[in-house]
Write a protein that binds this ligand. Structure first.
Ligand SMILES: NC(=O)c1ccc[n+]([C@@H]2O[C@H](COP(=O)([O-])OP(=O)(O)OC[C@H]3O[C@@H](n4cnc5c(N)ncnc54)[C@H](OP(=O)(O)O)[C@@H]3O)[C@@H](O)[C@H]2O)c1
Length: 367
């Protein structure tokens, strides 16, 4: 009986290890660490060898048990499977645990924040200046907003540069990249600027789609392609933070193109993480759920307002993940649970739940 319990527990810990590491962007809880599966497997094995309700191993019984029952073999298989799963989880890149030893240190270094004129980007900039002493390159289209933020942050004792550019325009992208490369080394890059579309796909006009694609996808790839080599050349141990969304972890109907653009970003960032593994740079994907910003200030988002996280909280958690050089980080317990469930439950079921909530929000606000 005890061997069954230990065997099942070892298997459960092994499965939890895999699920947690693949889906949940958090460090493993103490009781789910792979060594716990190993200890449970040893206990199960000891009980199996003992063939009794205890931990003691009686070598005299080994021969007797080696011809043992199928049940005992099953117990051992369970325990070994748990151990094997825990080992696989231990060796695989995890969402949070695959960290590099040295944390990022922004003090006195230059960090670029795209989309710094509002919402999450503005909070990233504020916290980078106030709490981390980073020099900032602020980028967005609204110059007056950037000027205001620059005036707010310079008294923190940091240097601030503002770059006005429309990231949906390739010419603007090339121009600001040229200005960034001509300036001091950039240590951190926060690729945050993005736009969304919330509504039925049939009502999305081609120009809005093209703007979304150019801003959320094309400019992100271009910035990463140019700035990653620059960080490697000029700013030792720097990093890139991809500001994605939980909408990129599973389909989000009525935000289908936005969701697709964030799924692209996730795959791009995860791929890059592997390509750059072992080099002196980190790649972090930050995937928040709903945040209280201009993006969600649209009337159609209001029925979902209760789910929104304050921008300052999201920025603090995002910067912490960036500093720790996490692989993927989803902030907030509900979002983390959602990320786990999307891994475990059938995709169509999860997508139907999201579709229902979004459809209701749209119907409630369509006049
Ligand atoms: N809000 C949410 O619920 C939520 C949830 C998950 C993930 N996110 C992600 O978080 C990031 C920030 O979103 P947010 O909620 O803070 O959005 P937001 O309040 O709408 O701010 C978007 C920022 O991006 C800039 N931007 C937009 N289009 C641009 C363009 N073509 N060129 C240059 N800058 C541009 C805007 O500045 P200008 O208008 O001045 O150019 C603004 O500073 C995005 O990547 C978004 O996908 C948001």
């Amino acid at each position: 009986m005890m061997s069954w319990i230990f065997g099942l527990l070892a298997l459960a810990v092994g499965i939890a290890n895999i699920a947690w590491k693949r889906a949940l962007p958090l460090p493993l809880p103490f009781l789910l660490r792979p060594w716990v599966a190993a200890v449970l497997s040893v206990f199960a094995g000891a009980c199996w060898v003992g063939g009794s309700e205890g931990y003691s191993v009686d070598p005299s019984q080994v021969a007797h048990i080696s011809a043992g029952s199928k049940q005992q073999i099953a117990v051992l298989a369970l325990a070994l499977a748990g151990l094997a799963l825990a080992c696989v989880a231990f060796a695989s890149p995890s969402s949070a645990a695959q960290r590099r030893p040295k944390k990022m240190d922004f003090r006195g270094r230059w960090v670029l924040v795209t989309g710094a004129s509002a919402g999450l980007g503005r909070e990233f900039a504020r916290q980078l200046a106030r709490d981390h002493g980073a020099n900032l390159i602020l980028l967005a289209r609204r110059k007056e907003r950037l000027d205001e933020l620059q005036a707010e942050l310079e008294p923190c004792g940091v240097q601030v540069r503002s770059l006005v550019a429309d990231l949906s325009k390739p010419a603007d992208v090339e121009q600001v990249l040229g200005e960034i490369l001509a300036g001091p080394p950039v240590y951190g890059v926060v690729l945050n600027a993005a736009v969304t579309y919330f509504g039925p796909q049939e009502k999305l006009d081609p120009r809005t789609f093209q703007t979304l694609l150019d801003t959320n996808v094309a400019s992100v790839v271009r910035f990463a392609s140019v700035l990653v080599p620059d960080i490697l050349n000029r700013a030792a141990s720097g990093g890139v933070l991809f500001v994605s969304s939980v909408a990129g972890l599973q389909p989000a109907p009525y935000q289908s193109v936005y969701s697709g653009s964030k799924a692209f970003m996730n795959h791009f960032a995860f791929g890059l993480w592997h390509e750059l593994r072992g080099q002196d740079i980190s790649v972090t994907t930050f995937a928040p759920g709903g945040i209280d910003t201009e993006m969600t200030a649209l009337e159609s988002f209001q029925p979902l307002a209760a789910w929104l996280m304050p921008a300052a909280t999201a920025a603090r958690l995002g910067l912490r993940a960036f500093q720790r050089r996490d692989y993927l980080y989803v902030p907030g317990f509900v979002n983390q649970l959602g990320a786990l469930l999307t891994r475990i439950l059938p995709r169509r079921f999860v997508t139907a739940l999201i579709a229902r909530a979004y459809r209701r929000a749209l119907e409630a606000t369509t006049h």
